[in-house]
Design a protein around this ligand. Structure first.
Ligand code: NAP
Length: 482
């Protein structure tokens, strides 16, 4: 009997996805560039399963049922193109190549076009959930050649995570690179969530001087509230984890955060599409600041920098912090969905935003109860432009506002860096202010560069230029937005 699907790439993600597919009754053919890893896999984790190995790409292709479905779980970038180029001559019309790695969506746009021109189908699919997700149910975000979806759907939905109601955290996202775009924003949101939780930890540890046991108990409590999420849950475990000497291990970890690029791509795309994705971008920059360890050590002594302690009722502060965290998280997701909406409109992807929230509801790193509320918001109004204006989220933002302002100003006062919680508040203050000082920017632009301005007492779309100094000319610059 031939295989249902082939998987290339036997690192952590590939191996676990294959075992997951096998558990669900699919016959998988496994291949890896370093072929010895195929044998090691079959003798090791895949022993006594129905998984079969391939010794070459030709062997892999010959062992698959038609139309062939071949999933790449390899390093993103040139490696994906190299495998595609080797596979294409071996495949027949209607066969499907799926890239399950963290590819950049423009690459997926290009690959879909190139393969469809050759009569093949290409799917770029985000897969989230790390090792455990891959093994027992990841969130899967496929997009690309739509004709491939009915063929791969039974496998993808079977192996994906399920919500409490049994819905699969996997659905068709949209054409071309839509799946990888949505996965990219997912990763950006992950950067934001991680930074937000880290700021709360810093506030509790350095501002409130709470012990690790106290902080762990607080996070465990928060995890029973609207903040119920995988990342809050694992943070509580991390804070409680003791090294061999009985001290918290987290305090021995060097404070320089790494990054593999998806947060940066999210920020770059937000700038390209003109979306104020301030929180996620601050989270990326916070990792950049963290990486300047030697400079920070030097600057701390140069500036005599300290973080002052916070006075007052610690319980009250902790509750204010919880509210600040929740409100900031709402802004982060609202900004992320603004970016997804803009991309959907710009690239004609026709995305279903509620479905995106559902796909992230289980299996992935940002899984949380909160995503269920986002889905409800889009069910109520699929066209909502700013998630914060949905009644559920608006009520939380309004009721959290005093506590949020208190925490943000206290952090500023004591010298505790809080880039994401404060930028989220600043964004909301800007977004909810009908009159901003951008009239001054327009006046300055017109003064020095004759860039023109619109007037509040004239219809939109009419542009005016003033000869501010009396010595300039009356010729205006052309008007356009980038
Ligand atoms: P990885 O370390 O990103 O990639 C390892 C795989 O790529 C191996 O099969 C390796 O083959 C192959 N490879 C690397 N360089 C190659 C080359 N020059 N030519 C041919 N093959 C090459 O593995 P991973 O962590 O399992 O991730 C797989 C994909 O999923 C990546 O795109 C990753 O970004 C994405 N992803 C990872 C996670 C995670 O938590 N790790 C989560 C979601 C998505 P050899 O064994 O021969 O070196």
């Amino acid at each position: 009997m031939k295989g249902d699907i082939g998987v290339i790439g036997l690192a952590v993600m590939g191996q676990n996805l294959i075992l997951n597919m096998n558990d669900h009754g699919f016959k998988v053919v496994a291949f890896n560039r370093t072929v010895s890893k195929v044998e090691e896999f079959l003798e090791g984790p895949a022993k006594d399963t129905n998984i079969i190995g391939a010794t070459s790409l030709e062997d892999l292709v010959s062992k698959l049922e038609s139309p062939r479905k071949i999933m790449l779980m390899v390093r993103a970038g040139d490696v994906v193109d190299a495998f595609i180029n080797k596979l294409v001559p071996l495949l027949d019309k209607g066969d499907i190549i799926i890239d399950g790695g963290n590819s950049n969506y423009p690459d997926t746009n290009r690959r879909v076009a190139e393969l469809e021109a050759k009569g093949l189908l290409f799917v770029g699919s985000g897969v989230s959930g790390g090792e455990e997700g891959a093994r027992f149910g990841p969130s899967i975000m496929p997009g690309g050649s739509e004709a491939a979806w009915p063929v791969i759907k039974p496998i993808f939905q079977a192996i994906s995570a399920k919500t409490a109601a049994g819905e699969p955290c996997c659905d068709w996202v949209g054409k071309n690179g839509a799946g990888h775009f949505v996965k990219m924003v997912h990763n950006g949101i992950e950067y934001g969530d991680m930074q937000l939780i880290s700021e709360a930890y810093h506030f509790m540890k350095s501002g409130l001087e709470l012990s690790h046991d106290e902080m762990q108990a607080i996070l465990q409590e928060w995890n029973k509230t609207e903040l119920d999420s995988y990342l809050v849950e694992i943070t509580a475990e991390i804070i409680g984890y003791k090294d061999e000497d009985g001290q918290p291990l987290v305090e021995k970890i060097l404070d320089t955060a790494g990054q593999k690029g998806t947060g940066k791509w999210t920020g770059i795309n937000a700038l390209d599409l003109g979306i104020p994705l301030t929180l996620i971008t601050e989270a990326v920059f916070a990792r950049c600041v963290s990486s300047m360890k030697e400079q920070r050590v030097e600057a701390e002594s140069l500036f005599g920098k300290t973080i002052a302690k916070i006075d007052g009722d610690k319980k009250e502060w902790v509750d204010a912090l919880r509210q600040a965290l929740l409100a900031s998280k709402i802004i982060s997701y609202a900004q992320g969905f603004m970016l997804i909406r803009e991309a959907s409109e710009e690239f004609n992807w026709d995305l279903n935003y509620g479905n995106v929230a559902l796909m992230w509801r289980g299996g992935c790193i940002i899984r949380s109860a909160f995503l269920g509320n986002i889905r409800d918001a889009y069910d109520t109004n699929p066209e909502i432009k700013f998630l914060g204006s949905d009644t559920y989220f608006k009520d939380i933002l309004l009721s959290s506002m005093p506590a949020w302002r208190k925490v943000a100003s206290k952090a500023m006062e004591i010298g505790l860096p809080m880039p994401t919680m404060t930028s989220a508040l600043t964004f909301l203050d800007g977004y909810t202010t009908a009159s901003l000082p951008a009239n001054m920017i327009q006046a300055q632009r017109d003064y020095f560069g004759a860039h023109t301005y619109e007037r509040i007492d004239q219809p939109r779309g009419q542009f005016f230029h003033t000869n501010w100094t009396g010595t300039g000319g009356n010729t205006a610059s052309t008007t356009y937005d980038v």
